[in-house]
Design a protein around this ligand. Structure first.
Ligand SMILES: [Zn+2]
Length: 129
């Protein structure tokens, strides 16, 4: 099943009941690289998922390692330094990233999560909307 780009699904109101590829009003952003999409796959168990298309890129391995490391408790100055490094690397590779947006989604509802990477997995599901 698939919906048309003119009729984006509002996940807060009617999450799809059947497996398939869908487009939603909400926008998800990859926690690692910043890639954005409003598409997702609904599986038979009713769990939405989306893999980051840059999952297997070498440069992303280092970036993801830092993002995971930054989630641990650190002294404030070190945490800030780490965050700066992450932002700098994201901006270097931002030209390689092409987001996957169809129709006119609501960017004010942009959220992190849902998109799976190697180590982080998918954090928040659409039930949180
Ligand atoms: Zn990504």
């Amino acid at each position: 099943m698939e919906n048309s780009p003119e009729e984006l699904i509002d996940l807060r109101i009617n999450p799809p009941k059947y497996p398939g590829k869908y487009r939603c009003l909400q926008v998800y952003q990859c926690r690692v690289c910043g890639w954005m999409t409003n598409g997702f796959n609904m599986d038979w168990a009713g769990l939405p998922s989306q893999d980051c298309p840059y999952l297997r890129k070498d440069w992303l391995y280092e970036l993801e390692r830092k993002v995971v490391h930054a989630k641990l408790p650190h002294p404030k100055s070190y945490a800030e330094e780490l965050q700066k490094e992450i932002e700098a690397e994201r901006s270097i590779h931002s030209k390689e990233i092409t987001s996957d947006i169809v129709g006119n989604p609501d960017f004010s509802q942009k959220k992190n999560g849902l998109i799976a990477h190697q180590f982080l997995g998918s954090g928040e599901f659409i039930g949180k909307f």
